[in-house]
Design a protein around this ligand. Structure first.
Ligand code: SF4
Ligand code: SF4
Length: 455
């Protein structure tokens, strides 16, 4: 039997081969990422190329019409999805104007000791918080033995990283060198960005320090209730990556190991930048774990590093929310970056809601952005989130682990991220594909083998 292909057969074979290659690339990338469920789901997608590759060898009535119809539909869908088609103007940008009192955040409240002056003053002012906080304090607490994910080695490693960051605390407030070096703002800004990346940052941006970046009142034990006196002109914000494999098991112990380790990395980079700027004669302060005087995600947004998504975290272009943020404030002359609003991130968060569906603490809202004292934004229920942390013993991170923006920084996911920026319809399609390939509510993954095997 001879096979004499006509033009339709050649078109069919070409489309089939292209689709096969595309699915093959998906399968290889997912396998390399150890996303084995997505590999299995991708196998189903092989039905598409199979259809086109088999058609030339079949012979049935209306076959050509069927082939033309399906090819036309696929081509049309492809063109519509890649065409720039946006609803950018319908999504408003957001700014921040309100200052936050650090005494209201859970890390401050949880440290208030019964019977102390601060404790009595705080709960006299905010009686509503007393009942909530007492219930949270009755839970086992973060990194404690009685918590759900207690693991001796994993929790001890996290504590080791946190303790090492704490060792920096005594070295934060240092005077600059007595003589200011004459430096060019553009050159210094460029150097800081390049050097921070050499030190391990993924991205780095600079903004003017605004009043709403700083806390209205500070709330850690060494400065409780005092005004924030930071009068620096600029803030340098940078991000460091949270390892995907360590985060996959969230909320299990590898998550808090990774969090603590990246707080340490961010702290180490921030300390070096601050020492560097002080050596040039300029006042500088590193804002590190346990010693922030600024609200890091808001500074990072203004420095052009990303948007604040539904889970209240910074959503960055390369890694989504799978980052930690470091900040250094300074009076050194710097050039600021223009933060450009990315409405596509807000639009995607509006339809996605995966973090809200997966949050074990039910702390993430399913509704649209709200007007919170004049600022249009999403805000998580911090008490609910922290309540869950004190039960599970880690800082959870489930929202970060499941977020479709948190996939690795590789050509496949960057192609999807480009599509998300480009098209309203692509965002809807990508969300359906994410649900198909990764499941809407995936079970927590395994920690890396070395963690599992040795702890
Ligand atoms: S999971 Fe979805 S809704 Fe939540 S932050 Fe990520 S993109 Fe936004
Ligand atoms: S860290 Fe966990 S509990 Fe907190 S908001 Fe994210 S998913 Fe919810």
């Amino acid at each position: 039997m001879s096979f004499n292909p006509d033009i339709l057969d050649i078109i069919s074979l070409t489309i089939g081969a292209l689709l096969f290659l595309m699915v093959l690339v998906l399968i290889i990338v997912f396998a390399l990422e150890k996303e084995y469920y997505a590999v299995r789901k991708s196998l189903i997608l092989l039905l598409f190329p199979a259809f086109f590759l088999i058609m030339p060898f079949l012979n049935f009535p209306y076959q050509d019409y069927l082939l033309l119809g399906i090819s036309g539909l696929i081509s049309l869908a492809f063109i519509v999805l890649v065409m720039p088609f946006n609803n950018r103007k319908k999504i408003s940008d957001y700014t921040f104007s309100n200052k936050v009192d650090e005494r209201d955040i859970m890390f401050s409240r949880i440290r208030l000791e019964e019977g102390t002056e601060n404790h009595n003053a705080y709960y006299t002012d905010r009686p509503r918080n007393k009942e909530i906080d007492d219930a949270i304090k009755a839970n086992p607490s973060l990194l404690s033995e009685g918590s759900t994910y207690y693991n001796l080695f994993q929790f001890a490693s996290a504590n080791a990283s946190f303790d090492t960051v704490e060792a920096y605390h005594d070295h934060l407030y240092k005077d600059p060198a007595p003589v200011k070096k004459d430096v060019d703002a553009k050159q210094l800004s460029g150097y800081i960005k390049a050097w921070s990346k050499k030190l391990g940052a993924v991205d780095c941006g600079i903004t003017e320090l605004k009043d709403y970046h700083t806390y209205s009142k500070l709330g850690r034990s060494h400065n409780y209730g005092s005004d924030c006196k930071l009068d620096h002109k600029y803030a340098i914000a940078f991000t460091v990556e949270m390892n995907k494999d360590m985060m996959a098991a969230a909320p299990a112990g590898s998550t808090v190991m990774e969090s603590a380790f990246q707080y340490l990395n961010a702290g180490s980079i921030a300390m070096q930048l601050a020492y560097f700027l002080r050596s040039l004669g300029y006042e500088s302060l590193a804002h590190i774990d346990g010693r922030y005087e600024v609200i890091a995600p808001i500074v990072a947004k203004d420095a052009g590093l990303g948007e604040l998504g539904r889970m209240g975290l910074l959503m960055t272009p390369k890694l989504g929310s799978r980052v930690r943020i470091g900040v250094v404030t300074t009076n050194a002359p710097l050039n600021i970056d223009k933060a450009t609003f990315a409405p596509d991130v807000i639009d995607f968060c509006r339809i996605c809601k995966k973090c809200a569906d997966c949050c074990p603490g039910k702390a993430i809202s399913h509704s649209d952005r709200k007007n919170i004292n004049g600022d249009i934004r999403w805000q998580i229920a911090q008490e609910e989130c922290f309540r869950y942390w004190t039960i599970c013993g880690t800082d959870c991170g489930r929202c970060m682990a499941v977020c479709p923006y948190s996939h690795p920084n590789n050509f496949l996911h960057n192609f999807v991220r480009k599509g998300l920026r480009n098209s309203y319809l692509f965002r809807r399609f990508a969300l359906k594909m994410d649900d198909f390939l990764y499941v809407r509510k995936p079970a927590p993954g395994s920690p890396p083998q070395w963690v599992k095997k040795n702890s």
